[in-house]
Design a protein around this ligand. Structure first.
Ligand code: GTP
Length: 818
């Protein structure tokens, strides 16, 4: 016999929790004076502790939810993939903290936990195919989905805590009286109340639920019946819209009226119990008890009554059966369900007076055997829970034996109600809190484990990435400087080179020589083709200049290409390992290609291909100044001939001018005629006498000299002219187009600009790659630092949750769920 239920009151709720599964035999305690007060005291103190624990747990759940949504997406333990490793883990850690979360990087797959340990916060993973293994589902779900599912479980648990809290605060207890049809339920309720209130009859009468409350619960403290349309409707005795009032006398009529109602109403009956508190069950002075007279069980009412019995506020089910009849199928079915829900069922075997003395033992055995097969717990405590009485005799004169049996029934029932109130109101809360706190503890430890893993990963990542980042940050400035230096040096070198090469070329041309050996001078074909010859010379000189520029460009391309590779190699050397290198290929042909698109860039290019550059002015053929200059440049010995040459030059200029004006080259006849015309100008006979031969000789000598000197003079004259005009944009004969810069400067600037453009692009590539790599590493570093901080915070926070769980367990007198 378990008699420690009320003795061991100091164990508080742990005792309450233990008694949930303990057998019930409080009769020894009942015999003690003041047992009711003691039970009540235990109840009150345990209730207060539980309510405080519920408040603390709710606040803890809210904290977990906030942390889950704002700081750390909660991880959920996966499924057991190895009993051995689970066992091993369990041995080393308090309440298995390991788990199989293979969806998380870095989590050791051999580390597992038993998911069955999670009870209240178990996720509803019946998603999609029912054949999908829960572990697969856990692992396939996104972290955020798990966190969301968990959040929903936490919310539901919090709501359930509210319901439990309300239930704990509810001081009333409900006793549901049910049983087979006509088994005497109403008669028994009347006997308990010592009043003939419930209609009882040979014929089935009770078709609806009659809930009897002490009159003290009525707002006006009057006896009254409240008819509530449906058992599902809400009801408040102070809200007249929720019920229809009737007098007690109407009760029988109301029952008759609703005999065939498929959806019968619920009746609340407020009744005065005239008995003293220590005798009364209804107004016992300790707790507020209501009795519910339910319809007899048949196929129609079975489900409704079973549903009613399952309700949390039903603390006790009193099952009334007839001593004369065996249990019906409906009754058996109900008892199985009720005993499953409530563990023990209080049984009243009615009509005991109808059983003859000699059959009483046999009848008793038959009833108990039936009960044993249905509810073993009830059978075990049959002395307290199964009573054989005559309910009809309670109000009338009854034999002492039945009076004693009924008194014992009443004591047992009252005791059972008080005892079960503790069980039905506090134990579910205690059990739920125990499981919930254990789940929170398990989840916290599982998350500490994950946070540990993530902390390790973050640290490793920082060890890897931070030195690279620091090195790159240090290199950034020097790389920039180095690239700029290479660019500037190359630009300067190639600019100078260009200037120098063009200077050399122009000097060559000014000396009448070709600047490139890839071009040859035209052949002089005599004075008669002097003009085409001069034009061809000019073309050859300009072409040689063009080829010089072309050679310069090629050289610049080669050198720039080398510098591009140099830039790339410096840039690639500055990049950390594992990063793609700069691979842009330098296409040297693309250099100097953009000239056709931009007008100014055509300046000074392909001079020989522009027709207007080949125009020859008389001065380029007969320019005495040029001639003299050529002489000076060519040979210093000719100084003494300068005077003569000057005269001849002047003459040649005149003759040339005349011949050119007359139609470019007129030939010897025209030349002589020209000379005669000049002599005619003089007009005097005397002059004509001596001058004609002298002029003739002079002209002839000059012509002879010119014919001899022209092939040598023309390239120099033209070359000098070209050089002069290229060195100054003011020279109209060979303009380098719309620029004020001279030819040399134009090319120097062009080469510098192209070189800078190419090298700047190469540097940009390198710098961009370096910048992007640095940014990537900075982001990785930042992520790792954030991960480290987050993991540290999570470890600290979940550790504090475990401590709070421990505190709440102590506060509520709760143990560990497993
Ligand atoms: N002799 C005897 N008759 C009883 C006893 N209990 C009930 N009866 C009679 O049995 C009949 C049915 O009693 P009720 O109380 O109406 O039975 P019930 O279970 O409430 O009936 P329903 O609600 O219609 O299922 C009545 O005539 C009662 O007088 C008892 O202990 N002894």
């Amino acid at each position: 016999m378990q008699s420690g239920v009320y003795k061991d009151v100091d164990k508080g709720l742990a005792a309450c929790e233990n008694t949930c599964t303990a057998s019930f035999s409080p009769h020894e305690d009942m015999a003690r004076p003041g047992w009711g007060e003691e039970a009540s005291r235990v109840y009150e103190s345990t209730k207060e502790r539980l309510l405080t624990t519920i408040g603390g747990t709710k606040s803890l759940l809210s904290d977990v939810q906030n942390f889950n949504s704002s700081a750390w997406m909660m991880h959920y333990p996966g499924l057991d993939v190895g009993a051995a490793s689970t066992q091993q883990q369990s041995n080393s850690l308090h309440r298995t903290v390991s788990f199989d979360d293979t969806s998380q990087p870095g989590v050791n797959q051999s580390v597992v936990a038993n998911p069955n340990e999670i009870q209240v916060l178990k996720l509803d993973l019946k998603l999609g195919s029912s054949s999908a293994h829960p572990s697969a589902l856990v692992n396939s779900l996104e972290k955020s989905s798990i966190a969301t599912l968990l959040d929903s479980r936490l919310s539901k648990s919090s709501q359930h805590l509210d319901a439990l809290s309300t239930r704990i605060k509810d001081t009333s207890s409900k006793v549901l009286v049910t049983g087979d049809l006509n088994s005497g339920k109403s008669t028994f309720v009347n006997a308990i109340l010592r009043r003939n209130v419930m209609p009882s009859n040979q014929l089935p009468t009770t078709t609806l639920f009659c809930e009897v409350h002490p009159v003290e619960e009525h707002p006006e403290k009057i006896e009254q019946v409240h008819l509530i349309k449906s058992v599902k409707d809400s009801y408040s005795p102070t809200d007249s819209s929720t019920f229809k009032p009737h007098s007690l006398e109407d009760l029988e009529v109301l029952c008759e009226e609703n005999e065939t109602n498929p959806n019968p109403p619920l009746l609340k009956v407020y009744l005065n119990d005239p008995r003293a508190a220590h005798n009364s069950l209804l107004s016992n002075g300790t707790v507020s008890i209501s009795l519910i007279d339910a319809p007899g069980l048949n196929l129609d009412t079975l489900s409704t009554t079973a549903l009613f019995a399952r309700q949390e506020e039903i603390d006790v089910v009193v099952f009334v059966l007839s001593a004369e009849n065996r249990l019906t199928l409906s009754a058996k079915e109900f008892l199985v369900q009720a005993s499953h829900e409530k563990a023990c069922v209080f049984c009243v075997v009615n009509g005991w007076d109808r059983i003859s003395e000699r059959n009483k033992e046999k009848c008793k055995k038959g009833v108990l055997d039936q009960l044993k097969s249905i509810s073993n717990e009830t059978w075990v405590d049959r002395e307290e829970l199964v009573h054989f009485v005559d309910s009809t005799a309670v109000e009338v004169d009854q034999d002492a034996d039945n009076a004693s049996r009924f008194a014992r029934l009443e004591d047992s029932l009252r005791n059972f109600v008080l005892f079960n109130r503790q069980k039905s109101k506090l134990a579910p809360a205690a059990r739920f809190l125990t499981h919930l706190l254990s789940d929170v503890n398990l989840l916290s430890k599982a998350n500490v484990k994950v946070a540990d893993e993530e902390l390790e990963m973050a640290k490793k990542e920082l060890i890897r990435v931070k030195p690279i980042l620091d090195m790159m940050r240090k290199k950034r400035e020097s790389l920039q400087d180095e690239l700029e230096r290479i660019e500037n040096e190359a630009v300067e070198t190639l600019g100078k080179y260009t200037k120098n090469e063009i200077e050399i070329a122009l000097n060559e041309i000014a000396n009448g020589r070709l600047a490139s050996d890839k071009v040859s001078m035209p052949i002089y074909e005599g004075i008669l083709s002097i003009y085409p010859y001069a034009r061809a010379v000019k073309h050859a000189l300009l072409q040689s200049l063009d080829l010089t520029v072309h050679d310069i460009e090629n050289h610049v391309r080669d050198v720039t290409g080398q510098q591009v590779r140099h830039v790339q190699s410096i840039g690639n050397d500055a990049l950390p390992e594992g990063v793609d290198r700069v691979k842009r290929v330098f296409v040297k042909e693309a250099m100097f290609k953009s000239r056709s698109k931009v007008n100014t860039s055509t300046v000074g290019i392909k001079l020989s291909q522009k027709a207007h550059n080949l125009d020859i002015s008389p001065r380029e053929i007969f320019n005495t100044t040029q001639f003299l200059i050529f002489k000076k440049v060519e040979d210093s010995k000719v100084d003494e001939e300068q005077e003569e040459s000057s005269i001849l030059g002047a003459l040649s200029l005149a003759v040339g001018a005349i011949t050119m004006v007359g139609g470019k080259t007129m030939g010897m006849r025209g030349f002589v005629e020209g000379a005669v015309r000049i002599s005619n100008l003089w007009g005097s006979d005397r002059v004509r006498q001596w001058a004609a031969p002298a002029v003739g000789v002079l002209v002839f000598g000059a012509a002879t000299y010119y014919i001899y000197e022209l092939p040598r003079m023309i390239p120099k004259t033209i070359g000098t002219s070209i050089k002069k005009s290229l060195e100054s944009s003011a020279e109209p004969s060979l303009s380098i187009d719309s620029t004020s810069d001279n030819y040399n400067e134009v090319h120097q600037v062009r080469v510098e600009r192209e070189t800078r453009k190419v090298l700047r692009l190469a540097s940009w590539d390198v710098k961009e790659k370096f910048r992007a790599t640095l940014e990537t590493h900075a982001a990785e570093c930042q992520r790792a630092e954030q991960g480290e901080a987050k993991a540290k915070k999570a470890i600290e926070w979940f550790d504090s949750v475990c401590m709070k769980v421990e505190g709440l367990r102590k506060l509520g007198g709760l143990g560990e769920s497993r």
